[in-house]
Design a protein around this ligand. Structure first.
Ligand code: ARG
Length: 635
């Protein structure tokens, strides 16, 4: 840390505060690249005559190290009267020959590429990473209400994710929401926001009346306590098929001209409706029974989420939305002419409310059924406003499959039409594509637990193939479980969120290619170096880093220095793949370096220096993996 502070003073004679004052979001004390950008802006300001505040945000990173560490596209500075490629040539000429941080830039058409000098980078970044440890890459300034005032307090974000439906399968959409949502919550937490994690359970509606009927008929107390999720699901399946059969019988009789009035009045469908009515009327018996189903399910979910390093601050759910609140909003919508009657139901006819194509695209959702019951959308409207009231959030993210794009657009638009444009503006839908062919050897998966157990088994099998290494692992079951979870998560986070992908057990559990197991292997390998070298932290800290002259060493440090910037960029993309791609780039650089940068067996001073390098890499790799929600393994 002090290394970088010295560098800041040396380079431009500035202090951290002076730099933070000059540029927006510029914090060299936690992000080495901020110093490089600030310095480069100063140098280029002199050369180009353009204001440094315009240069600073236009210094972009590169996709790979061979393109440099930063690039500047000349046209982005908007200088009139000269051709960008000529300007670029001129600037190269004028660039100082012995800049302390950068080599002389290279010009490619109208781009300038900048390469950092290895020595000052290594000397400042390695000690910085080692002293920050798990904090490296976190940036508490980003979440401040006023970025320049640490006492201004944190901004608050709600991340709503996972949100499975009780008694129904935990499908791919819930899996992806869990993985992506857990990651986004970590990301905002690392950026200094106050993060509230909400699980909005599907736990309300006529089908839960039906489930209660099923339990009263076929329920088993012990099975409910031992395995609530499966037991409720089985009951639900059973009663549903009964109901379907019953409906068919009634239809047939109807077609034969029989009177089915009595049958219909006592049908399961009708009984479920009546039971659900008792629930919405808060009948004590009905509510107590339903609460038990819900509580037992939540307890079970919590265990599974813990395996994924996920916790929730609130288990909300459709059942938690009050009827009174929905009635009040329903009235308000009527008064404001947002909804109107249509065949006894209340609908929102967007075409009449929102001009042009958008209005048509939003369709005409129902907010009250003819029998007076509220719907999924109605509950979401009420819940959103209630959350705003309760948490006064600055931002809220809904992590829900793209199959519900229309639903969330309708929701946000209704909030806006109600006169809460500002609140609607704080809400974002983070969507994602489908998982195709999500089945395991036990057949189509139903629950998160099944998925995790199957991949863990598969992973265990793979591990057993290498008997020698297998013997060295202390607790193979636990490691197999962790690797299995990593497999699923990495496969999910590999592409952009919106892309569909195919659930492929073989591919995701392989140690070859950019997979979860490979990432874990890379982490275990770099952490084994420290074990084998057996140096103390003081010894490593006293290393002479000027011994790290090899290109491999410099390139690893160039990547390590990018980490805080990568995280900051991820706050813009909100794509796990931004972090994952970075981590794979780093593991590739690491794995090609080992032959060139031996630690064990090298002369002592060299060993210390290289150990410092790999220790820093170990820290960054671990931080990145934990940000994604993975549990890095050391063996
Ligand atoms: N339980 C819903 C489902 O499985 C997802 C809930 C999404 N969140 C929301 N606020 N509507 O489809």
């Amino acid at each position: 840390q002090s290394g970088i502070e010295q560098l800041v003073k040396q380079v431009d004679g500035l202090s951290f505060d002076a730099i933070a004052e000059k540029y927006q979001n510029c914090h060299p004390e936690i992000n080495p690249f901020d110093l490089y950008r600030a310095h480069l802006s100063n140098v280029l300001g002199d050369i180009t005559g353009v204001d440094t505040s315009i240069i600073y945000p236009n210094l972009q990173w590169t996709l790979s190290l061979d393109k440099g560490d930063m690039v500047l596209a000349a046209p982005s500075l908007r200088i009139k009267g000269k051709k960008p490629d000529e300007l670029v040539q001129e600037w190269v000429q004028k660039f100082p020959d012995n800049d302390p941080l950068f080599e002389k830039p290279t010009a490619v058409s109208y781009f300038l590429s900048f390469f950092v000098k290895g020595v000052p980078l290594i000397q400042s970044v390695i000690p910085m990473i080692r002293s920050f440890g798990p904090e490296y890459g976190r940036n508490k300034f980003l979440g401040l209400r006023d970025p320049k005032d640490p006492s201004s307090g944190k901004k608050r974000i709600i991340v709503e994710f996972s949100s499975p439906n009780i008694a129904k399968p935990f499908h791919a959409g819930h899996l992806r929401s869990t993985i992506i949502g857990g990651f986004l919550a970590n990301l905002y937490d690392g950026a200094g926001w106050d993060v509230i994690r909400i699980n909005y359970l599907g736990d309300w509606g006529k089908q839960y009346g039906l489930l209660a009927l099923a339990f009263n008929k076929y329920g088993d107390e012990e099975a409910l306590r031992n395995d609530p999720i499966n037991h409720l699901f089985q009951l639900y399946v059973r009663i549903n098929s009964e109901m379907t059969a019953e409906k068919e019988t009634i239809e047939k009789k109807k077609a034969d001209g029989e009177d089915v009035t009595a049958l219909e009045a006592h049908s399961l469908d009708e009984q479920a409706r009546e039971y659900f009515r008792k629930m919405t009327d808060r009948d004590p018996g009905a509510v107590a029974q339903w609460k038990r189903f819900r509580d037992l399910s939540i307890t079970r979910y919590q265990d599974t989420y813990a395996r994924l390093n996920i916790h929730f601050d609130e288990y909300s759910g459709e059942s938690q939305v009050s009827e009174a609140a929905m009635d009040a909003i329903g009235k308000e919508m009527e008064e404001k002419k947002i909804c109107k009657e249509d065949k006894g139901a209340q609908i929102v006819n967007f075409a009449e409310l929102v001009p042009g194509k958008e209005g048509k695209r939003l369709e005409r959702p129902i907010v009250r059924k003819r029998d007076g019951t509220a719907l999924y959308l109605t509950r979401d409207i009420s819940e959103l406003l209630n959350r705003h009231e309760k948490y006064k959030f600055d931002k809220m993210i809904y992590v829900v499959a793209s199959a519900q794009d229309l639903h969330l657009k309708q929701l946000f638009k209704i909030i806006e039409l109600l006169g809460h444009k500002e609140i609607a503006g704080k809400c974002t839908h983070i969507n994602f594509g489908l998982v195709l062919g999500m089945s395991t050897r036990r057949g189509t998966v139903k629950f998160l637990d099944d998925i995790l157990r199957d991949v863990a088994d598969k992973m265990h099998e793979t591990m057993r193939k290498n008997e020698d290494k297998y013997k060295q692992v202390e607790n193979p079951e636990a490691v197999a479980d962790t690797l299995g979870i990593s497999s699923v998560m990495v496969q999910d986070m590999t592409g952009k969120r919106i892309n569909n992908y195919t659930f492929n057990m073989e591919a995701m559990t392989s140690f070859e290619g950019d997979t979860g197991p490979y990432l874990q292997y890379a982490h275990a390998r770099v952490s084994s170096i420290k074990r084998r070298a057996g140096l103390t932290d003081e010894e490593i800290a006293s290393a002479d880093l000027s011994l790290l002259t090899e290109t491999h060493a410099v390139n690893i440090v160039r990547l390590l220095a990018q980490y805080p910037d990568t995280v900051q960029n991820t706050l813009k993309t909100l794509e796990p793949t931004t972090v994952l791609t970075y981590l794979f780039k780093m593991t590739h650089a690491l794995s090609s370096s080992y032959d060139h940068l031996q630690v064990v067996g090298s002369e002592r001073e060299l060993m210390k220096a290289r150990m410092a390098l790999y220790d820093a890499a170990h820290i960054v790799l671990g931080n990145g993996m934990r940000l994604l929600g993975l549990s890095p393994v050391n063996r």
